[in-house]
Design a protein around this ligand. Structure first.
Ligand code: SF4
Length: 321
């Protein structure tokens, strides 16, 4: 398959400093050797509880902070090797949508200017076409043309997220990272924004990394999904395979917690023991062994390696050898 995005052995460690001299005494392994690909025009959903590293992956890929190790390529461009000017020129091609649309919108700029400013900065269209281009972006994102001179505070949360999407889309990106883009919105609005993102994905041939803790949202929009636990990708594969036949005990526990309206599908809820361990001091062997209902003696000292169950469905767990 034609991959637009390739992530190889990505690591992001944060130093833990202590004492007056701020000596580095260890590292928080926020992202610990994660690899995955996203085919062109597809959506990869990254799922996990808060603190599992999924947001750090998105931000690191966007180069919003430094990487510790690994490679990310977007449309054949090696993201971590780009120097400042090359990165600036490449920026429009990869865009990020955040959870809180309000904080990323300037309160003193009307919506038309918010979109136009980004377009102008990157010379996306000639100046004489700017206004009609902005209006088209507003149309495509479900914003009303006559609201072009309104300010962010005059819009609802869902409309503000539409403004953020329009601003990103106006830069003609190929790849969009959406980090919990609907988590702050009312449930009734969430589906509208997700459906908008799906429509735009097809219309503009976009490739998505969709980060969320909400399984039902991820199931709706994703083609492939990845499950994260304590900085590691523990299972990944085509959505249908992973949802219908989850292999990793953690994935099974996560899925069992989703309320099902379908009585036939009703599964017993798996309650995990204990809290998520600190990523500053993760368990040895399989990081999930302290909470895993299927743990075996070897799990506490041997880290499982990735095993492919089908050509596309992989899992890291000693139950699958
Ligand atoms: Fe559970 Fe062992 Fe599999 Fe880890 S490797 S998920 S502890 S069975």
């Amino acid at each position: 398959e034609n991959n637009l995005v390739e992530v190889k052995n990505l690591k992001k460690y944060y130093p833990i400093k202590s004492g007056v001299l701020q000596k580095v005494t260890g590292h928080v392994k926020a992202v610990d050797d994660v690899s995955f690909n996203i085919a062109k025009g597809k959506c990869f959903g990254l799922v996990g509880e808060s603190g599992c590293g999924k947001t750090t992956i998105g931000r690191t890929m966007m180069r919003l902070h430094d990487v510790t190790a690994g490679d990310v390529s977007v449309d054949g461009n090696d993201i971590f090797k780009m120097k400042n000017e090359a990165l600036r020129r490449f920026r429009p091609q990869m865009q990020m949508i955040f959870q809180d649309p309000y904080s990323s919108l300037s309160p003193r700029m009307p919506v038309g200017e918010i979109i136009a400013e980004a377009v102008r900065e990157h010379n996306i269209v000639p100046n004489n076409e700017l206004r009609s281009y902005v209006l088209k972006m507003m149309d495509d994102c479900g914003l009303q043309r006559h609201h072009i001179d309104r300010y962010p505070h005059e819009f609802s949360g869902g409309q503000r997220q539409r403004i953020c999407i329009a601003r990103s889309l106006a830069l003609k990106p190929k790849f969009v990272v959406a980090d919990e883009p609907v988590s702050a919105l009312d449930v009734s609005i969430q589906a509208q924004i997700i459906n908008l993102m799906i429509d735009l994905q097809h219309e503009y041939d976009l490739t998505y990394l969709f980060i969320s803790h909400d399984l039902s949202v991820v199931e709706h929009i994703s083609d492939n999904i990845g499950i994260m636990y304590l900085g590691s990708l523990v299972e990944f594969g085509p959505k249908d395979q992973v949802f219908s036949k989850p292999k990793h005990p953690y994935t099974k526990a996560l899925f069992s917690a989703v309320p099902s309206t379908d009585l036939d599908k009703k599964k017993d809820r798996i309650i995990l023991q204990g809290d998520i361990p600190s990523p500053a001091n993760p368990p040895s062997g399989c990081k999930f062994h302290t909470r895993c209902p299927s743990a075996m003696p070897e799990c506490s000292h041997i880290a499982p390696v990735e095993k492919m169950i089908t050509p596309e469905h992989g899992v890291s767990c000693h139950l699958w050898k």
